[in-house]
Design a protein around this ligand. Sequence first.
Ligand code: PTJ
Length: 252
Amino acid sequence: MQVSKDHPRYHSLVTREMMSDMVKEGIVAPTGLIAHGRGEAFDYLLGEVTSDSARCAERVAVALMLEARNPVISVNGNTAALAGKEVVALSKLVKAKIEVNLFHRSLERMEKVVGHMESLGAKDVLGRHPDAIVPGIASDRAKCTKAGIFSADVVLVPLEDGDRAGALVQLGKKVIAIDLNPLSRTARVAQITIVDEVARAIANMITMWPELSRDEAIRKKIISDFNNRANLTRSLELMCSRLTELADEGKP
Ligand code: PTJ
């Protein structure tokens, strides 16, 4: 479908078309479109820009990945479609492995998502041959690799479901979630929660890398100063105040 550049929701409409094409290609799961719609609604409340609290969590996330022994970025269909390029660039900067991990897992989809990441320049993508299980998860998301998620100390999990995020925390990992919904179980169970759109969040993280990669003292300080609960509250307060402002505009 041709979308006019003058349309006020141009970017959103183009992204929706791309996501729908990615469903046809088998990269995004059909229910991934529903998850995308939910994300759009929360992003609307944030004004579709990165908030100060999200930027703060993004900085801590980069610092944590740089300090990690074995950082891994977990990629599902939506993340591959929306932010595949950004994931590849960030993984190279922070020396993180990329592991594809799917909720709606099939050999065919796994092949397609891994192939998509490789076509964007990712090397040694993990996930095709799982040889470990994250305990306590009922879905196929439990399947992972020993070299990747299973032995990781820090795992970045964009657009996650709460069960696996919780199970990874139980396994002793530091979990960084990217989730536009500050109320989700994932957002509440992760140690670092970035309430921002996935492509925007990872693009920001890339710009933060030069400063943080040079300064170990800053990395350690922002990690130890960070309070995820307080930061999540700031995201909720921002959404509430935007709603109040909009409601006030309509008052006589
Ligand atoms: O590719 P698969 O098979 O692994 O399936 C992936 C989906 C996304 C379908 C699966 O993980 C799923 O159902 O996720 P949920 O439980 O719907 O959670 C997705 C969360 O991500 C929700 O809280 C959304 O608000 C949030 N979200 C959606 N789009 C974005 C987002 N967060 C950041 N950026 C987005 N673009």
